[in-house]
Design a protein around this ligand. Structure first.
Ligand code: SAH
Length: 222
């Protein structure tokens, strides 16, 4: 991340960023690598200029095409669950969207593989990552229901849109000891965040909390 991006922030937004980090800690985010990543990645560069003044509020915001950039708390929580106290080599993200969660993952994992079904969003995210000089991100335009078999297995898989049930391909592409963090459920207001760990003889799943995500839609679109 270049010094220019950090120093380019006005004092107001630096203070807003500090306030956001304090709030995340109050809400129970305790992993320093995750807090450090949220501190370092300039969220205002991942949303439209018209909404940039709200970048450090703990809220989801529209990014166009009916999609949203996730709430910072959820980004932090999912990243923390994904890490689970061990180093992450390869991570797969389904739903690149604005590219913000991707950029956070790029700070805490060696290599990040990210899949998006809307080409315009993928291109925009790629440009933002280039501007921030992030070089450990790999992009696939395609249907996240299929994951990205070519680079499997992954130590961690994170899904940032909600399927109605856990996509089997993602379970298959998880390494033993790896974790899949995904919302499940189609109805807004009835989605649960699941943390699924692969062990030697199967999978352990637990429900973390209620969440709200846009749906994981099958197929791709231009
Ligand atoms: N992590 C993103 C969240 C974006 S919203 C962020 O913080 O900005 C979810 C994203 O998932 C959208 O960009 C949507 O286009 C994408 N998506 C939905 N269904 C998908 C699918 N089947 N495959 C890949 N991406 C999908």
């Amino acid at each position: 991340m270049s010094e220019h991006e950090i120093s380019g922030l006005g004092m107001t937004s630096q203070r807003a960023r500090q306030r956001l980090l304090a709030r995340l800690q109050e809400e129970g985010i305790a992993n320093w690598d995750v807090l450090g990543a949220l501190h370092d990645v300039p969220r205002h560069l991942f949303i439209d200029e018209a909404l940039a003044h709200r970048a450090y509020e703990d809220t989801a915001l529209p990014i166009g095409l009916g999609q949203t950039i996730s709430q910072p708390y959820i980004v932090a929580r999912m990243s923390e669950l994904l890490l689970g106290g061990r180093p992450l080599k390869r991570v797969l993200e389904i739903g690149t969207g604005s590219g913000y969660q991707t950029a956070v993952l790029a700070q805490i994992a060696e290599e990040v593989y990210t899949v998006e079904r809307i080409k315009a969003l993928q291109e925009q995210a790629r440009q933002r990552h280039r501007r921030l000089d992030l070089k450990n991100i790999h992009y696939r335009y395609g249907d996240g229901w299929q994951g990205w078999a070519e680079h499997a297995p992954y130590d961690g898989i994170i899904v940032t849109a909600a399927p109605d049930s856990v996509p089997p391909a993602l379970l298959e592409q998880l390494a033993v000891g790896g974790r899949l963090i995904t919302p499940v459920g189609r109805e807004l207001g009835a989605q649960e965040l699941r943390c699924i760990t692969r062990n030697d003889d199967g999978f352990d799943a637990r429900t973390v909390e209620q969440v709200r995500f846009v749906p994981l839609v099958p197929g791709t679109t231009e």
